[in-house]
Design a protein around this ligand. Structure first.
Ligand code: HEM
Length: 478
């Protein structure tokens, strides 16, 4: 109740502020506007970024840019690939906007602080140097271990509907724990695991898009409640760090991300608070995206049975009796890689990049966008543009027959971003996706549950392109 009253008061204040300041600067006059009402309506009715694109498609396609006004400031969403190239290749000219500037006084900003994904310049280089080596040669056996645990758990629910987003989230969470921190979250084995529950609670509150548009966190009673949730997660970070110290004292070094960060703290390359901020960032960036990618891929395989059959045939041919692909086999799974790539085009789990702040004017078509404007690359729009893709709404893995992930020279495929700020965990995610898909395809025939709400197309909500509960049936193949 308090929440909604506060929300309504803030909405009235925002609208009044908007009316008073409604004189649009000349630079923005010719750009189509997504109104604040429109955005709030979309958030409240849980519409996904797909709806945002399709309801303004004609402007995205004609101009490559639309604008919106949030907290009294103009922001632009861009789908022009030439601008994408410019922004991504010149990170010093178009740095990422700081979280504090984006969401002032929010718990989101307080919780994520200065980390590898949101910093710029020398600070970013220092953070990235600390993290990089852990992602260079990834321990396949740890991915495999979690993959096998996942498939063994599925065995116990053979032939019954499985809500796949949740199941894949637990798999990806465990992979992250094992590979990046050397910690067993055991959320596959225990659906009520305190670890994933604590993360979910924080995600639902402080990462909630309404909290980001309206400064709800400033209300003392709400702040207090939310801080309790954040503290639970902070205690988990303490537990993870303590476990790591114990393992190191017992001579069990894994050379993983957490070890790199702890060493960096000892060498004064990273402060203790920066270590916390990066742990929070990796918890956020390091599993949910992969889980969504796996859920949408499995949905596509359940819907396109011919693709599923062809992928299974490839997995059996390349892996033979091996359950888990070796490093070479990962590269040889050509068709599976095409499916993964096409899924990331259709349903990019990060449908828009972090805001960049223009340090100089930029020209889009005939409009000069002034320096200081926050700009968001809207990948979903780029990935669905009929100017860049033939039949963009069709699932056609074959369109990647000749290209691979790296070949995104025309900036039309940007699921992992591009340039020096490209996703640090792209290979990590691809490995966990391939392992899960190989294990599932070999063993199961995958189908959509009867009477699924997704039978006429995947229904998505929220900005992360999360599917609504998605029940799939895994029927053992003998
Ligand atoms: C399907 C899975 C994933 C997708 C689609 C994805 C997507 C992205 C994108 C688009 C960016 C660029 C953001 C920008 O430029 O504004 C990014 C950055 C990043 N991602 Fe991922 N990601 C995925 C998985 C992961 C995983 C598994 C990890 C870590 C374990 C990770 C860690 C990061 C980090 C640390 C950055 C910031 C890099 C930097 O700025 O130097 N991501 N990701």
């Amino acid at each position: 109740m308090i929440f909604w009253t506060f929300l309504i008061i803030i909405a009235i204040l925002q609208i009044t502020h908007y009316k008073i300041n409604s004189k649009t600067p000349d630079a923005f006059k010719n750009i189509h506007t997504i109104t604040l009402f429109n955005r709030i309506f979309m958030i409240i009715t849980k519409q996904g970024y797909d709806k945002l694109y399709f309801s303004h498609k004609q402007y995205f396609e004609k101009d490559g840019i639309v604008k919106q006004r949030i907290r009294g400031k103009w922001y632009c969403l861009v789908t022009d690939p030439a601008i994408a190239k410019e922004l991504l290749l010149k990170p010093d000219v178009y740095p990422k906007m700081s979280i504090e500037k984006l969401f002032p006084n929010s718990l989101f900003a307080e919780y994520l602080g200065t980390n590898v994904a949101f910093s710029n310049g020398d600070v970013w280089k220092r953070h990235r140097r600390v993290c990089n080596s852990a992602f260079k040669s990834l321990p396949l056996h740890l991915f495999a271990e979690t993959g096998l645990k996942m498939i063994n758990t599925l065995e116990t629910i053979d032939n019954k509907p499985v809500e796949i987003k949740n199941f894949m989230q637990r798999y990806a969470f465990d992979v992250l724990g094992k590979v990046a921190f050397g910690f067993d979250f055991n959320s596959i084995g225990n659906p009520n695991s305190v670890y994933i529950t604590a993360f979910d609670e924080v995600q639902k509150t402080i990462f909630n898009p309404l909290s980001l548009i309206f400064p709800i966190d400033r209300v003392p009673i709400i702040r207090q409640q939310r801080l309790k949730k954040v503290n639970k997660l902070n205690n988990i970070f303490n537990e993870i760090i303590n476990e790591k110290y114990k393992a190191l004292a017992a001579g069990k070094s894994q050379g993983d991300l957490l070890e790199n960060m702890l060493n960096a703290c000892d060498n004064q390359m990273l402060s203790d608070s920066e270590l916390r901020y990066n742990l929070a960032l990796f918890m956020l960036a390091g599993h949910e995206t992969s889980a969504i990618a796996l859920a949408t891929t499995l949905y596509l395989l359940s819907t396109y049975k011919n693709v599923q059959e062809k992928a299974r045939e490839e997995v059996l041919r390349i892996l033979g009796d091996d359950l888990i692909p070796s490093a070479d086999q990962h590269r040889s799974l050509k068709y599976l890689n095409m499916i993964i790539q096409e899924n990331l085009r259709l349903y990019p789990p990060a449908p828009a990049l972090i805001f960049r702040e223009l340090t100089e004017n930029i020209k889009i078509k005939d409009t000069v966008i002034p320096a200081g404007t926050p700009i968001e690359l809207f990948l979903y729009g780029i990935h669905h543009s009929p100017k860049l893709w033939n039949n963009p709404e069709e699932f056609l893995p074959e369109r990647f027959e000749k290209n691979d992930y790296a070949d995104s020279e025309n900036y039309s495929w940007l699921a992992f971003g591009a340039g020096t700020r490209t996703c640090l965990g792209n290979n990590f995610s691809l490995i966990e996706q391939r392992i899960a898909l190989c294990l599932l395809l070999r063993k199961y025939e995958i189908s959509l549950a009867p009477n699924s709400i997704h039978k006429n197309g995947l229904k998505i909500h929220t900005q992360m392109l999360l599917p609504y509960p998605l029940d799939l049936i895994f029927k053992r193949k003998d």
